[in-house]
Design a protein around this ligand. Structure first.
Ligand SMILES: [Ca+2]
Ligand SMILES: [Ca+2]
Length: 364
């Protein structure tokens, strides 16, 4: 019986505190228990609004009593939750001095953020990741453009977007490049952007929001990521990097959620592209080599454009590389010079962004 007394006191204290005061946690603008990119959208919607400052306000991650502002988001959340620094105004400081320092922090109990992904093929607008190359050697830097909508399906009434992403952080260094000007601020409006990554978990979030309560329509690139491929891929000669948008939340200025189709960027990384031929699932290009065996010269028949074409000896040494003119798409056989080569088994290797091939060639 003794143990029941503290339990009752605890329950009483808990219910008393929830009845007597509203509490907010700095940065958790939608009061769902966690600080993330979605909270930036709430600050964007309420941006510029004034209300009651908090007494003894701090941006530390702790519950703080506050008085309701009386103005609410469409889901009923009071604007006072968005005043992360407690100065009585929703503005940039709420992002820089509270939301970003507290990003990722949570309470034991959280509720869903209402991300709104659409399935492909149902006509929803798309968020697209476009890498500058899909096949790269270690050490390279590749840009990955982030686009919203496209020319055939522009976005109507853009106000803000939050993205939760995952990536292979053991393979690359991921950076975010803000585009000062894109279609989402083509009218000169200000845009707040927040990018946060966690290299340990390989999770990253991005929020972009207008802050003047008006929308804009359009399509195209709005941001750019760059990845720097690490030099060492231990124990592997080829690997696959993916940057995947797991969750997307696109809103208009009334916080109407517009479902979007997410995307994944895939880049094949090799410490040496000549070794790509050893990966069976990539050998998809229908290349034909003739004559074989050959002497003096042989031909490759493959209509696709190529990003590389080379002749490799049995030790993996590159004997010959095709000049750019030989990489263009053609229905004609591409000549491969073999003059002066010792007899033996060689490999003809080539590839483009959609695949690679490797064919054994016997030189007589
Ligand atoms: Ca939140
Ligand atoms: Ca504030």
């Amino acid at each position: 019986m003794k143990s029941q007394i503290p339990l009752i006191a605890l329950l009483f204290a808990a219910s008393f505190s929830s009845l007597s005061a509203q509490e907010m946690w700095p940065g958790d603008a939608n009061n769902n228990g966690i600080v993330n990119a979605v909270d930036v959208l709430y600050i964007g919607i309420a941006y510029g609004t004034n209300g009651l400052p908090r007494d003894n306000a701090t941006t530390d991650w702790e519950a703080q009593p506050f008085e309701l502002w009386g103005q609410t988001f469409p889901d009923g959340i009071d604007y006072g939750y968005a005043d992360a620094d407690g100065d009585g105004q929703i503005e940039d400081d709420d992002i820089t001095s509270a939301l970003i320092p507290n990003f990722g922090l949570s309470q034991p109990s959280t509720t869903a953020d209402g991300y709104s992904n659409a399935a492909p093929g149902i006509g929803a607008p798309e968020v697209t990741l476009t890498p500058s190359a899909t096949l790269a050697e270690a050490g390279a830097t590749i840009d990955i453009g982030l686009s919203l909508g496209n020319l055939s399906q522009p976005l109507e009434n853009f106000y803000g977007i939050a993205l939760a992403m995952s990536y292979d952080s053991d393979l690359v260094e991921l950076e975010y490049d803000d585009l000062d000007n894109s279609w989402i601020n083509a009218d000169g409006a200000d845009v707040e952007d927040v990018f946060v990554k966690d290299e340990m978990s390989g999770l990253a979030e991005l929020a972009l929001t207008r802050i003047n309560q008006t929308t804009i329509s359009g399509s195209g690139q709005v941001a750019e990521f760059s990845i720097i491929i690490e030099d060492i891929i231990v124990g592997l000669t080829v690997d696959t990097f993916r940057l995947r948008i797991d969750s997307v939340l696109l809103i208009d200025n009334n916080f109407k959620r517009i479902p979007m189709v997410p995307d994944t960027a895939t880049i094949i990384i090799a410490d040496d592209t000549t070794k790509l031929s050893r990966v069976r699932q990539l050998s998809t290009l229908p290349a034909r080599l003739f004559p074989n065996p050959a002497s003096g010269q042989c031909y490759l028949k493959l209509p696709h454009s190529l990003s590389f074409l080379k002749l490799v000896d049995a030790y993996g040494h590159v004997i010959w590389q095709a000049p750019p003119t030989l990489l263009e798409p053609t229905s004609a056989p591409r000549p491969i010079p073999l003059q002066g080569l010792p007899s033996g088994v060689y490999q003809v290797q080539g590839g483009n962004s959609s695949g690679v091939f490797s064919r054994n060639l016997v030189v007589q």
